[in-house]
Design a protein around this ligand. Sequence first.
Ligand code: ADP
Ligand code: MG
Length: 322
Amino acid sequence: MYQSKHERFRNDGVGGMTGNAIEITGLRKTYAGGKEALKGVDLTIPAGSIFGLLGPNGAGKSTLINILAGLVNKTSGQVRIWGFDQDVNPRQSRAAIGVMPQELNMDPFFTPRGALEVQAGLYGVPKSRRQTDSILEMIGLSDKAEAYARTLSGGMRRRLLLGKALVHGPRVLVLDEPTAGVDIELRQMLWANVRKLNEQGMTIILTTHYLEEAEAMCDEIAIINHGEVVVRDRTQALLGRLDAKTLVLRLRAPLSGLSLPDGVRQDSRADGRLALTYPRSAVSAGDLLAAVAQAGGEVVDISSEEPDLEDVFLSLTSGQAA
Ligand code: ADP
Ligand code: MG
């Protein structure tokens, strides 16, 4: 149904020429009431990537996505989707993107097949080029194709929303918190679909509250806070920025008189274990074990914890949540 990455870059000039699926410059949005939701965002999203947009509630993620989707008018700035400037080529830029919204807004009188056909009609996809059956199969609704939407479960409706975002074969698929509040099975199905679409060449942009999910899924991440991009980097590079590491020890008996190197924080875990958080650039795990032995501590069990995206996120947004 979709071209490979290689074919796409060869055949489809515009976006492929810069290598960016999305190019945003100086994007501002002030809502009618005066709320400044985006304060001059610059962001490029490489073609072919899975890109995560993270940030606390009210950061401006949905505003950004809705501007990309053409659902919200920007106040100023420039948005190019697959090389097409939204203001100069609105039709092409809209055709290049498909959006799976967070809310389940769905006409209860359409069947899944009907909903996909109507959506394809809205995008001007000729009947001969519609992919209704293969989309139904992909989202696991072939056997529900003729069922009324009001008889579908919440999970099925969500999958149908994904299907609707795909009817016009967009280059870029945007998912706004697709897994918020869904069960594990549906989450896994959604991610399997997203990975498959990405392997077939589609650029994926998603917002999520689950940092573990962003860590596992996204090649690159932008963190947005109070309408500004505070960091944008490859996921692994972002994690590597954090110097803190934690050594967790179970001791035979509680310690007194433990003298630790500078910069080391000591916490007692609820299960009784001792957690020592240290700057790995300055202190080694060996230094910590030596200090524990010095204080007469006997280590029964030992493990270490790497920083995760949550630590990065907190260090960048702490104390300034909206
Ligand atoms: P996020 O998706 O990151 O939670 P939003 O983009 O939904 O953030 O919201 C960013 C800010 O803009 C919030 O302060 C929110 O209250 C405000 N906002 C969002 N939509 C509107 C609207 N239609 N009118 C006025 N303010 C809005
Ligand atoms: Mg939102």
